[in-house]
Ligand binder design. Structure first.
Ligand SMILES: [Fe+2]
Ligand SMILES: [Fe+2]
Length: 194
């Protein structure tokens, strides 16, 4: 099923993306619409947010750092070491400033789709999960099927399973962990224990 009509500025941004990235975005749009419908979230907003989520994913690390500085985005030490983590915040700021996406929840979804965040709105949760559920990411996330099953039941469960798997992977590989991911996992665990 084709996606909804997109704002023209966003459409232009999508058309300028490298082919592989654009194909990923189209798969995520479909996954996000389906997951949104399943959880009573507006599929049109899910489609828009998914369409927008990776507009800065192809940008080189040096330029992401420069853009973050120019746009007044605070950069922590993990992001400085791994600037790819800034593609959500930079993309969201571009879309906000040019007015191609104005909805706050959608911009939040773009901003935090890589690391997550403790207070992520439901639309943003859907898009983050849809991004991780792209079948082409199975090798990156071998626990993808467990995420899918959990996400179909409950968005928080899906996020928990994803964060557990992703953080475990990072630790096993000796990689840095973004503080927002740790905070998000703690928030989910604390919410469950209440
Ligand atoms: Fe991304
Ligand atoms: Fe993505």
């Amino acid at each position: 099923m084709p996606g909804y009509e997109l704002p023209s500025l966003l459409r232009a941004r999508l058309e300028a993306l490298p082919d592989g990235l654009r194909a990923h975005v189209e798969r995520v749009r479909q996954l996000a619409r389906d997951l949104a419908a399943r959880h009573g979230i507006d599929p049109r907003m899910a489609d828009l947010t998914a369409a927008a989520h990776d507009v800065a994913r192809h940008i080189e690390p040096r330029r992401l750092l420069d853009e973050a500085g120019r746009l007044g985005i605070g950069v922590n030490e993990v992001e400085r070491a791994e600037p790819v983590l800034l593609h959500g915040p930079v993309g969201a700021a571009w879309l906000r400033d040019e007015g191609s996406v104005t909805e706050r929840d959608a911009l939040e979804g773009v901003r935090w789709h890589t690391t997550t965040h403790p207070d992520l709105n439901p639309l943003a949760r859907v898009v983050l999960l849809a991004d991780k559920l792209d079948p082409r990411k199975l090798r990156q996330y071998p626990f993808q099927e467990q995420v899918r099953e959990a996400a179909l039941r409950d968005l928080d469960e899906g996020l928990s399973v994803f964060l557990d798997g992703a953080l475990r992977q990072s630790i096993d590989a000796g990689r840095l962990v973004h503080p927002a991911s740790v905070a998000a996992r703690n928030a989910l665990l604390l919410a469950k224990s209440c």
